[in-house]
Design a protein around this ligand. Structure first.
Ligand SMILES: Nc1ncnc2c1ncn2[C@@H]1O[C@H](COP(=O)(O)OP(=O)(O)OP(=O)(O)O)[C@@H](O)[C@H]1O
Length: 307
């Protein structure tokens, strides 16, 4: 019997109750898996809960929430043999979307029964682990404002973006990526392991979380009038080295400004930059994640009710 620990962040996303007991009992194969459920009580708590789960010998830890929750659970699991499951219950759910994990809770839980896994890389930003992306500029500002906001979900996120965009001052950055030097005025500078910020807004549509590379993304200064076009390109996966964005595949990036950097976002959560610059690195094959099985070839056999 394998043990599954569900760590639930009730503050993430718009479904605040997240009463998963019944759906777990219905969808998880009780002949092969036992389940335990714990709730986070404060920011950072999921790191401790995941660590305790690993020490107690659980086989699978399911992070129930958004990218911030998955990030905390991953921190607590690093270096262990436990598998990470993602039950997307956040706002943007960037990693779940990158990995093709269904947003339907029942379907996401059913993936655990199959245990099809994939090793994924992780990035580090000044030593902080990230699975989707980390960055500075407008994305870090929005992460700070979103953390203070009690409302979540796409509507609240869009309101913050529109409210902040008009008065945002673009900054100059000095970037060193695997020895290449760039000096750019930018809207944001992000380094991506996954494809997107969440909500299918793909800043690095070609990124693969298991290819041993990171994608440096420099978004050029934007005006309000550019937003619809950029938004459409991002949502349709066409934001690739064009007038709006520059992307560069790399493994190590140093981000500095003439003045010290103060804030960065790491998987959508704002963190202070204590040393004034951001040093990004890569940890290949950091974590094994439960993902959907590859689709069978056309004409192949499909098992009804699974997936
Ligand atoms: N009990 C809690 N009280 C307050 N904050 C919490 C609690 N549990 C977790 N958190 C914090 O909530 C933050 C936001 O969670 P999360 O990122 O999972 O959801 P989201 O922001 O709605 O979704 P996404 O990141 O996918 O857009 C996390 O960074 C986590 O530190």
């Amino acid at each position: 019997m394998k043990r599954v620990l569900f760590i639930i962040n009730q503050k993430s996303g718009t479904d605040r109750r997240k009463q998963l007991g019944r759906v777990i009992a219905r969808e998880l194969d009780g002949t092969r898996f036992s389940s335990e459920i714990v709730f986070t009580g404060y920011r950072g708590h999921a790191v401790t809960l995941a660590r305790e789960g690993v020490q107690a010998g659980v086989d699978i830890i399911a992070a129930v929430g958004g990218d911030g929750s998955v990030n905390e659970v991953a921190q607590g699991m690093e270096g262990s043999d436990a598998l990470l499951a993602v039950i997307p219950k956040g706002s943007g759910n960037g990693l779940a979307r990158t990995l093709g994990i269904p947003r339907d809770t029942g379907r996401a839980i059913r993936l655990i029964n199959r245990q099809h896994t994939r090793w994924i890389d992780a990035g580090t930003a000044n030593g902080h682990l990230f699975l989707s992306n980390a960055g500075v500029g407008f994305d870090a500002l929005i992460a700070r404002l979103f953390a203070r906001n009690t409302g979540r979900g796409l509507l609240n996120y869009t309101k913050l973006v529109l409210h902040s965009l008009g008065k945002y001052q673009h900054k100059h950055y000095h970037l060193e990526a695997d020895g290449h030097l760039l000096h750019e005025k930018a809207f944001f500078v992000a380094v991506a392991n996954g494809t997107q910020f969440g909500y299918d807004f793909k800043i690095a549509p070609g990124a693969l979380p298991d290819d041993g590379w990171l994608d440096l993304c420099v978004m050029h200064p934007l005006r309000m009038t550019n937003l619809p076009h950029v938004g459409l390109q991002a949502l349709t996966g066409r934001l690739r080295n064009n007038a709006y964005i520059q992307q560069l595949r790399c493994r190590r990036v140093r981000i500095t400004r003439d003045e010290p950097l103060e804030w960065m976002q790491v998987d959508g959560d704002a963190l202070p930059v204590e040393n004034g610059y951001v040093e990004i690195g890569l940890r290949p094959r950091a974590l094994r994640v439960i993902v959907p099985s590859p689709r069978p070839p056309k004409g192949g056999i499909t098992v009804k009710g699974e997936g």
